[in-house]
Design a protein around this ligand. Structure first.
Ligand SMILES: Cc1cc2nc3c(=O)[nH]c(=O)nc-3n(C[C@H](O)[C@H](O)[C@H](O)COP(=O)(O)OP(=O)(O)OC[C@H]3O[C@@H](n4cnc5c(N)ncnc54)[C@H](O)[C@@H]3O)c2cc1C
Length: 595
């Protein structure tokens, strides 16, 4: 049975030692969250994840969800009971506005818990995850009446949420969507259409399901400019706020899929279901973007989470499995062979995953902190800077942490040799579950296009210039430090490569847009590498400062891992740059018929 221990100490190191979270007491909710409270919340979150939710991971995978003849869906054994505990613990609205029943604590804290939850059980974590995304979209765009009707019920977790974008003929290109909305004349609309792949679309964990549905109001323009967002509940709320009459919408089928079997992926049929407009007519994509951005961050965290869970198991196995002898002489002479962790190639694999996980966690928490600043700061300049950061980093967190999360799950599986391929060890589930994170919430190729096509040039390149300045200044300040110098040298080289790739796009993509499309994925990975490198440089400096105060095994390990990252992973920046600057010619040379 796979193991998992939430990395609470590492989260605290990043939050307090590196990001100095205690310096943000001016932000609403932060003063109410002193370090001892944060430690208690993380500790209790870790406990529920390790003891209640993680033991259901294999059950969810093997039993899966079942659609019954009446269209209801039964979740795997134990899912409902675990959800009740989660709900009663107040976890759903940890960071939500107290005006609607939330606790108002930092979003950063919720992101940290989100990692533990997904590592424990990705499929289970999607039920509350989608609810939190739907709450965010309603909070920003819905009118007061809708907010009062839905948000308090969702904040307690009594009602859960979903997002309904995808239709059989459109996923990426939502401008093609056909679901339609006809005004009923009383302010409500009748929604008709079919949505597919709807996560948590039907299940037995909550009293009501609040669907956020994209549809086209009759007569609206074609394309993305004619799409509106509607709130369409499974049960229509009664005047007293409880769930009432059944709305004509149903789950037609649940998909048989590669992984996340514990989450119900539904075909949802809307047959004249009653819904209410959220935000302005024809501006539905804008409103849905709030949910999508939240969800993209969460999916990036899911990528990290699978990498971390798979890593912890691979380490345990590598310490236990005896095969061969160390190249430098036996390390366990009393045993028939050494544990495989003595072999450099095994170490390379484990160190690669570890270096990416620790940097990924720092990048994710840094970005979550910017989300808090962007939502809560009253300083206009600080707020704008944080919003810029979020816009720039969302596709990177989503695209890079999920691509690497899957790669790392495969690497961790490799540590088991043939046993990794055998279901009993549970490594296959991490690989299968991690795979979806690269696809949903916008396939990773689309994240890369979002970064290159929309985010780089936004506001005259303000966000990326701020990032370049911040990393450049850090390098200038630390380059002469004897211990950090070599790491800073590697980071500076990565930054130069990223700047050169950015410049190349400016000079070569306007006249020939295929060049931007061709280089977008290597560019996103180059950016991710530099962002993780910056995180490692900051963590290394902090570790060094702490070591100067006294011996600390964890900080010694941090410095060793930082060194590995800069020596073994950072050099990849040059290869990414070469791919970007090679342009589109070779990949577009063949006519489609030649494939
Ligand atoms: C298990 C699961 C759960 C899901 N949950 C939800 C959910 O809760 N709600 C929801 O609405 N949807 C959900 N989805 C749908 C998911 O978001 C889509 O599958 C995804 O966005 C891709 O859309 P598509 O499958 O139609 O692929 P397509 O859009 O057909 O894309 C196919 C491939 O072409 C590439 N591509 C497409 N257009 C371009 C372009 N312009 N430039 C470059 N490359 C391009 C894509 O990157 C992709 O690799 C889920 C899907 C799955 C499998």
């Amino acid at each position: 049975m796979p193991i998992y221990k939430a990395p609470v100490e590492d989260t605290l190191f990043v939050l307090y030692d590196v990001l100095k979270m205690d310096g943000y007491g001016n932000l609403p909710g932060f003063a109410d969250a002193p370090r001892d409270l944060v430690e208690a919340v993380l500790g209790e979150g870790a406990r529920i994840c390790e003891e209640v939710i993680q033991p259901l991971n294999v059950v969810g995978d093997t039993v899966g969800c079942k659609r019954n003849d009446d269209g209801s869906v039964t979740t795997p054994p134990g899912f409902k009971e675990a959800y009740k505990q989660y709900r009663e613990g107040g976890w759903m609205a940890l960071s939500f506005d107290p005006a609607y029943g939330g606790q108002g604590l930092p979003l950063t804290l919720n992101a940290a818990i989100g990692e533990y939850l997904s590592s424990s059980n990705l499929a289970w974590g999607m039920y509350p995850g989608l609810t939190q995304g739907a709450m965010a979209a309603l909070y920003v765009h819905a009118n007061d009446e809708i907010k009062q009707t839905y948000l308090p019920k969702m904040a307690t977790g009594e009602w859960t949420g979903t997002m309904n974008l995808t239709e059989p003929h459109c996923g990426t290109d939502l401008g093609l969507l056909r679901s339609k909305a006809v005004p009923n004349g009383d302010g409500s609309y009748s929604i008709t259409g079919q949505k597919i792949f709807i996560s948590a679309g039907e299940h037995d964990m909550s009293d009501n399901i609040v669907h956020l549905v994209l549809a086209r109001i009759e007569g609206a323009p074609a394309g993305t400019k004619g799409i509106s967002l509607f709130v369409v509940p499974k049960f229509l709320p009664k005047a007293d706020g409880t769930a009432g009459e059944r709305n004509p919408l149903s789950c037609g089928k649940i998909e048989e899929k590669m992984g996340i079997h514990g989450n119900s992926t539904c075909v949802m049929n809307y047959d004249g279901a009653k819904g209410w407009l959220v935000g302005e007519a024809n501006k539905g994509l804008n409103a849905m973007f709030v949910m999508m951005n939240e969800a993209r961050m969460s999916v990036g965290i899911q990528g990290l989470s699978q990498s971390e869970a798979a890593y912890q198991n691979a380490v345990a196995y590598a310490k236990d499995r005896l095969q061969g002898r160390s190249l430098s002489g036996p390390k366990a002479p009393d045993k028939p062979a050494d544990p495989i962790i003595v072999h450099p190639d095994v170490r390379r694999t484990l160190m690669t995953i570890r270096a990416i996980n620790e940097a990924g966690r720092a990048l994710m928490l840094w970005t979550a902190l910017q989300a808090d600043i962007s939502h809560r700061s009253e300083d206009a300049a600080e707020k704008q800077k944080a919003e810029d950061h979020m816009g720039l980093m969302t596709p990177i967190v989503k695209g890079v942490l999920t691509d690497l999360g899957f790669d790392n799950a495969v690497k961790a599986q490799q540590m088991y040799g043939g046993h990794g391929y055998i279901n009993e060890w549970g490594m296959g589930q991490f690989v299968r579950d991690a795979r979806i994170t690269m696809i949903y919430e916008g396939a990773n190729g689309i994240q890369a296009l979002d970064l290159v096509g929309r985010k780089l040039g936004a506001n005259g390149g303000r966000a990326i210039m701020t990032f370049f300045n911040e990393v450049g200044t850090f390098c200038a300040q630390n380059k002469d430090d004897a211990a950090l110098g070599p790491m800073i040298g590697a980071l500076s080289k990565g930054l130069k490569d990223l700047q050169a790739a950015t410049m190349w796009f400016m000079q070569n993509a306007m006249a020939k847009p295929d060049n931007a499309g061709a280089g977008s994925t290597p560019y996103m990975h180059l950016f991710g590498l530099v962002a993780m490198g910056y995180m490692w440089a900051r963590m290394a400096r902090t570790a060094q400062e702490k070591l100067a105060e006294g011996a600390d095994e964890r900080m010694t390990a941090k410095l060793a891992t930082a060194r590995f990252f800069f020596e073994q992973l950072m050099p990849e920046s040059g290869a990414h740059l070469a791919r970007v600057t090679a342009g589109a010619d070779s990949m577009m040379a063949l006519p489609a018929e030649a494939f």
